[in-house]
Design a protein around this ligand. Structure first.
Ligand code: GLU
Length: 485
């Protein structure tokens, strides 16, 4: 067998948002193509009209673009095997299904939907599903009924004996008894194909070399293999991906929190961090401890042998950690833009120093959406209490804080420029002239400005973010409180 050009496809159904599982398929498909200098195509599988959601196709395009997963062929950019939207390919599926009838590998079925095999007591039997009642109708009779306009579906005629085997690149060789395979529907009565049929026809016609998808499709794959064989088509590589579970070991679902790409972005995770985290949901580079990989690095390093069949655990802790690494490494200007987006609405009309705020937050933020809460002490004047000024180590309490702030506030009011250096200079001079320890100075000032003992950044940084006017007003308000305390 000559080595075929590597080609993978992402074949989402436009049924809503992009989940982590879909995105993982897309990412692995993209990476398998790119790491082998192959092509990655996008195909929209919209034949299930009942599950179709308006706008979902745009979500797919947007998500792929945001994550940097560019495709080489697809409905939007065309390509040699279009159309790439299944609902535009209906005549083709009809033609191939009829070809199978002619060959004796499929048959029309006139039964009402939902007919299943039952034993003598009327109980549904465990295997087979449909009871194959129409399989025995003579060809001429079937052709006559079809021509007369009777409603029918087309079913695959499974061999009743023997077994079917295939080798999955991740799960190894899988063998099933043919008699356990249902005569599944290939074409519905409205002329739409089922997923089970359309995926095989399209993957072949689009020359897909590696079919990469979730392991939930593993059990149907023997049926697809039988279709490839019936058509005499080359069997592609199958690469089934492990189940994604939550930390409790159960299949990832809503109860584990948001698992949609848009939800995670909304929560303040950077797309690049999400992609990096998803790369590890079932893959590991092997023999390395590196965990931060850019998409470019993944394109170079990804390999099918690194895919693991054990369930992959999705962990928010891991994602948080990853997001922190990406935030820390962002170019400052990019980071500043993100902080501005979160902070501007929170500050409203109040002036603040964005540069300093961004500098203080970059080493401390886990998720962008945490920012409004983290900066509440800046955007609101929080209630004061005597406890805020208590620090045993610094020998500070409300009484001492009052003395310190009374001494320092006039000096701060007089500082010529509201800069870090100038404020530090004032504090140091006041400290040595008035014999105030640094811990007391900084502790009193921080609590006095923030009405909070712990803040991202210290007293001086807080003063810079707030600006001269707001800082001095806050100190005056604090002093009023302390004088009465
Ligand atoms: N349309 C299927 C889905 O969204 C694709 C499965 C496959 O990749 O073959 O689950």
């Amino acid at each position: 067998m000559t080595a075929k050009r590597i080609k993978t496809r992402f074949a989402p159904s436009p049924t809503g948002m992009m989940h982590i599982g879909n995105l993982r398929s897309a990412l692995y498909e993209y990476l398998i193509a790119r790491s082998g200098s192959g092509d990655f195509i996008l195909r929209i599988e919209d034949t299930d009209r009942e599950r179709y959601v308006e706008g979902a196709v745009d979500v797919i395009y947007r998500t792929l673009r945001t994550c940097g997963l560019d495709h080489d062929e697809g409905p939007d950019i065309g390509g040699p095997h279009g159309p790439y939207t299944q609902s535009e390919r209906l005549p083709l599926y009809g033609r191939y299904a009829r070809m199978l009838i002619e060959q004796g590998d499929a048959y029309p079925c006139f039964c009402p939907p939902g007919r299943v095999d039952r034993d003598e007591e009327g109980q549904e039997t465990e295997t087979f599903g449909y009871d194959r009642r129409c399989r025995g109708i003579a060809r001429e009779e079937a052709a006559g009924r079809m021509q007369a306009g009777e409603s029918y579906v087309i079913r695959q005629k499974m061999p009743l004996e023997g077994e079917t085997s295939f080798t999955d690149d991740v799960y190894g060789t899988i063998t099933v008894m043919n008699k356990e395979l249902e005569d599944q529907i290939l074409l519905k009565s409205d002329g739409y194909p089922t997923y089970n049929f359309a995926n095989v026809v399209d993957d072949h016609l689009m020359e897909v070399s590696h079919i990469v998808r979730g392991s939930e499709y593993l059990s149907s794959t023997p049926k697809y293999v039988l279709l490839y064989q019936a058509f005499g088509w080359e069997i592609p590589h199958f690469v089934h991906l492990p189940l994604i579970v939550g930390e409790d070991g159960k299949k990832l679902s809503k109860r584990h929190g948001s698992t949609g790409f848009d939800d995670l972005v909304e929560k303040g995770y950077l797309p690049r961090a999400i992609v990096n985290m998803i790369a590890f949901l079932g893959w590991a580079p092997g023999g390395e401890t590196q965990e931060i990989f850019s998409l470019k690095e993944l394109e170079e390093r990804f390999h099918i042998e690194g895919i693991n069949k054990a369930p992959a655990v999705f962990s928010y802790d891991k994602l948080n950690w990853m997001n922190e690494q990406y935030i820390r490494a962002l170019p400052f200007e990019d980071w500043k833009g993100m902080v501005a987006t979160e902070a501007l609405p929170a500050f409203g009309d109040q002036a603040f120093d964005l540069d300093m705020l961004a500098r203080v937050l970059q080493p401390r933020v886990t998720r962008l959406s945490d920012i409004p809460d983290m900066i509440r002490f800046l955007t609101e004047r929080l209630p004061l209490s005597a406890e805020l000024f208590y620090n045993k180590k610094a020998k500070l309490d409300a009484g001492r804080a009052k003395e310190v702030l009374e001494a320092v506030k006039p000096r701060l009011s007089a500082v010529p420029a509201w800069t870090e250096e100038a404020i530090l200079d004032v504090l140091e001079t006041a400290g040595s002239e008035l014999d105030i320890k640094k811990g007391q100075l900084m502790g009193a000032l921080r609590a006095g400005l923030a009405a909070q003992q712990v803040t991202p950044g210290g007293a001086i940084e807080t003063a810079i973010i707030l600006g001269r006017e707001e800082s001095l007003e806050r100190l005056e308000r604090t002093l009023e409180f302390l004088r009465e305390a």
